[in-house]
Design a binder for this molecule. Sequence first.
Ligand code: EPU
Length: 337
Amino acid sequence: MIIQKNVSLLPFNSFGINALAEEMITVEHASELQGIIGGGLLSDKMVFVLGGGNNVVFVGNFDGAVVHMANKGITVLDEDADTVTVRAEAGEVWDDFVWYCLEHQWFGLENLVAIPSSIGAAAVQNIGAYGVEAKDFIVEVEALDIATGNKRCFSNAECSFGYRDSVFKHSAKHFIIISVTFRLSKTPKLNLSYLAINQYLAYSGITDPTPKQLAKCIADLRWSKLPKPEVQGSVGSFFKNPVVTASHYEELKERFPNLVAYPAGDGYKLAAGWMIEKSGWKGRTVGRVGVYPKQALVLVNCGGCDGNDVARLANAIIADVETMFGVRLQPEAILVG
Ligand code: EPU
């Protein structure tokens, strides 16, 4: 465990925001956490649990303790002829884990390749892409109660996973995730349901992809639309795709015949990127922040921005989209401070 005071969070968030944490506790072994909690190091202060910092915008300095989960390890818990049950520590890098699984011929996570995330954050956010979500493979999440230091194991159902949502997003102040357990298949069952994937495979001259070929294609496809964090700061999709009722969808479709939407439960999920583009924001820069020219759902750091720049831009986009479509966008990113 490492405890530091007045730490710059610049290296710890993909948007590249230079906020300060009053205190940062880096946890390299999950076993240290009970001592940290038992010793009162998290008592009577604001606590923010940081994974890879890929989905966080620090709007100001953080006057409390940032707990940076950096615990690593991948362990096979069980396997049979068809499946493997594998536990990954919260601080593992998500994409490294996906490729580790592919190398070991454990399948299912191909479509989630190249998502910048830690293992812990993947469960908090229920990360998803191309028709697959982390929840489809998570069997258990192990966490510690910040108040008591007691360990609690959440079954998949107890995690209350939703679209970029879980119980941990709402009780983030109460629990620190220490590991996530996945059940994966030893037989590939590729999900090729997205048109964009089929088009990209055809473009690459691949008719019957192997899981690794699919993962490579998806990684290429992602990076054709999203800035690489080392090149330009962002949190990937900044907003969620909003779900509206069928009647609201019908009304919008009348007014905007090209509206991009997909059935979702009883309603429709609208492509927020399309709406942001139509409201004129795609590719626009406002001072030190902007909207990525290749994907309007992505806000980017145009050089030395702070969290207030991001929040102002996000609010301006939310207001314009609401005026045009009557739909209020919600951030997917977590704004802290
Ligand atoms: N679109 C536009 N203009 C834009 C952006 C998108 O018209 O500027 C249209 C596209 O043409 C397409 C539709 O909107 O018809 C959907 O776009 P895309 O396939 O790029 O997906 P998305 O809905 O924008 C979501 C996830 C991504 C994930 C992709 C692929 C959310 C918030 N985002 O984006 O996840 O990679 O689907 O499955 O659900 C992330 O969460 O950080 C993320 C990147």
